[in-house]
Each structure stands twice: as C-alpha cells, then as structure tokens.
Design a protein around this ligand. Sequence first.
Ligand code: ADP
Ligand code: MG
Length: 236
Amino acid sequence: RKRDVDEHETLQKAVEGLDLKGEIKDFKDLPLSQPTSRGLEASHFKTLTDIQSKAVPLALKGRDILGAAKTGSGKTLSFLVPVLENLYRATWTELDGLGALIISPTRELAIQIFEVLRKIGRYHTFSAGLVIGGKSLQEERERLGRMNILVCTPGRMLQHMDQTAAFEVDNLQMLVLDEADRIMDMGFQTSVDAIVEHLPKQRQTMLFSATQTKKVSDLARLSLRDPEYVAVHEAA
Ligand code: ADP
Ligand code: MG
C-alpha cells in the first residue's frame, strides 16, 4: 500500500511538471500509470492524434476542456485516458463510488465508448458500467451503486437520478459530454441541464464535439469552468 502511494505521488509530480508547450508525440512520453500504459500498448495505440496531443496533457492537469475535432480524429481517447489517469492518481477505489460520468447522445455511441474503455482500461481495477436502457430500470439500478465510471445516454441517466434513491453522485470528479453537437441536435438540452444540476460543482468537465455551433457554446457556458479551448482544424 505504501509503495502504491509513492507511485501515485511520483506520477502526480510528473503531471504537475508536464510541459504544455512541447508537442507530445507518443503515449510513452506522457506521465501515465502502468495500467493505462499497458492497456494502450495492448490495444496498439502508440502515437497520439492531434486532438489527443492537445487535449490530454491539459486534461491530465485537471483543466476543463472544450474540444472540437471532426469525426474520426480520436476524441474518445482524448477523454478516456484522462478519466482513467485522474481517478488513478486520486487513488480511487470501489468504495469511493461514482468518479466519472460520460454522457453520449446515442446507445450505439455509448457502447463504442464503453468498449474502448474496456480495452484500454483492462489493467485497472475500476468498475465501469453502461446506462443506456434496454434492461429494466431495476436491473440497472442494482449495478449503478457499485460503479466508478459510467457511460450513459441523457434520458436514461436522468431517469435514474430522479428515481434511484440510493444513487450517489456527491463524489463525482469528472463529467464528459461527448458529441455535444449531437446531444444538442437530438433535443437533450433539458435532460443534460438537469443532470448537471445534480452533480457537484467542484469537478472537471470535458466537452467534445465534431462541430462548433451556437448550441454547443451555450452548453459549454453552462457546464464548463474557464475551459481550455482545443481545436483541430482541417488543412485548407
Ligand atoms: P472521434 O470520436 O473523434 O470520431 P474516435 O475516438 O472514435 O474518433 O477514433 C476514430 C478511430 O481512430 C478509431 O478507430 C480509433 O481506434 C482510432 N484511433 C484513435 N486514437 C488513435 C491513436 N492514438 N492511434 C491510432 N488509432 C487511433
Ligand atoms: Mg466520438
């Protein structure tokens, strides 16, 4: 246990000392935990994409992120790596409850995120679950309380927040809004607002989107605090 704590402290110092000016090329150049490094390697991720090299160092340092990059640019790892790492450095355990909530517009996209999480997170001990409906509310409810990381769709998540009495979000460290443009286009603004209302104000929030629209900046204004804006533009 003592050795674990030392490892976490060493990692924490390395993250604090991380230079944000130098371009990070490979995942091995980032101060990442052994479980994440091994998970990335086993999943054959070696070089960071542009959005990842811009967003991950800032997110590791705990900054709020407003990220924009087109579909296929690698936004998923831009938030999943910081989610795993920031909980790991916080020595998060099953006893700490829900540490990170990832909101996705559709069930299919939520499942995709969950699968990437399972792949790169395979050497971590966190518990992770999907809250996307399809099973009975009761079945989902029983597993919810034991989860450290949840990937959800807005409507289903809100249903639990309203109806699952024992569902605790007081400890939450991180909120991710993925595909924020689609979340807004699909009419989930009210649900997302209501979810954010339930969450602790003191938290890290990352919002990713393929396009930058008025609706996305409205959502960003409501959910982010002094965000770092990271965007990857297509070459003209
Ligand atoms: P986006 O969410 O921006 O649409 P994804 O996160 O779904 O993009 O990634 C798109 C594809 O790129 C996926 O097949 C993913 O496995 C791959 N990918 C993501 N990051 C990397 C990386 N660093 N190295 C190699 N492939 C990557
Ligand atoms: Mg995506």
